[in-house]
Design a protein around this ligand. Structure first.
Ligand code: AP5
Length: 215
């Protein structure tokens, strides 16, 4: 299946995308992860996007469109993919539509994850991520066995610089202004499937499976 996971920062898209990707072998394409890795390695792309990401701003459309197009040319995406964090503007969505239709690889569904702002702030401010394998934890909801180490690979856990409460609230404003128009964009195309994402990780996972006909 060719899927988009859409929703506010911190709603749980990455957590669910990683679970589906490891169970079903659909590549999980997270533009945030790709960009963070570029920043970590201080590549020319990383140096260009660092200040946007630290401030909770979106990076320029054309940069991220090129990254995704290049990734979707790789053969491991031909049987399906999960896009997480892309598209985030109407311009990105239109570019994706044009690209996929030129390849005759249409989208199957856009899963729109919904939760309250306060729940999202709680999730993001408590998030910890593994520096080595990217696994996601939460200090209360999904705590690691050892406070600072990843259960899966033993890597160090860290708090993302954009997960400070002030930046989180700014990211939510950017999301409202620039990404929510995509809800009606995909609704009009009959692709949008709403996911009530306020429940537990396992509960949300079961819901998505049901929606995709995989239960
Ligand atoms: P990105 O990395 O994409 O961040 P985001 O969309 O803001 O989303 P997050 O990764 O923060 O949240 P998530 O929904 O994946 O939540 P998660 O599963 O981790 O983007 C970062 C930056 O990169 C952007 O600000 C921008 O600068 C740039 N960028 C990226 N893509 C771009 C694009 N297309 N265009 C322009 N710029 C772009 O979960 C969060 C926490 O909640 C975790 O701790 C988790 O354990 C916990 N949790 C998850 N599910 C549950 C649950 N059901 N119950 C309880 N806790 C839960």
């Amino acid at each position: 299946m060719n899927l988009i996971f859409l929703g506010a920062p911190g709603v749980g898209k990455g957590t669910q995308a990683k679970m589906f990707s490891s169970q079903l072998y659909w590549p999980h394409i997270s533009t945030g992860d790709i960009l963070r890795e570029a920043v970590r390695q201080a590549t020319p792309l990383g140096l260009e996007v660092k200040h946007y990401m630290e401030g909770g701003e979106l990076i320029p459309d054309q940069l991220v469109i090129n990254i995704v197009k290049e990734r979707l040319e790789a053969s491991d995406t031909f049987k399906g993919f999960i896009l997480d964090g892309f598209p985030r503007t109407v311009e990105q969505a239109e570019a994706l539509e044009e690209f996929l239709s030129s390849k005759k690889r249409p989208l199957d569904a856009v899963l729109y994850f919904e939760a309250s702002t306060e729940e999202i702030v709680t999730r993001l401010t408590g998030r910890r991520s593994c520096r080595s394998c990217g696994a996601i934890y939460h200090v209360v909801y999904q705590p690691p066995l050892n406070q600072d180490r990843c259960d899966k690979c033993g890597g160090w856990l860290y708090q993302r610089s954009d997960d400070q409460e002030e930046t989180v609230r700014h990211r939510l404003k950017v999301y409202e202004a620039q990404t929510t128009p995509l809800i009606s964009f995909y609704e009009e195309k009959g692709l949008l499937r709403k996911v009530q994402a306020a429940g537990s990780v396992e509960g949300v996972h079961s819901l998505v499976k049901k929606i995709l006909g995989l239960a």
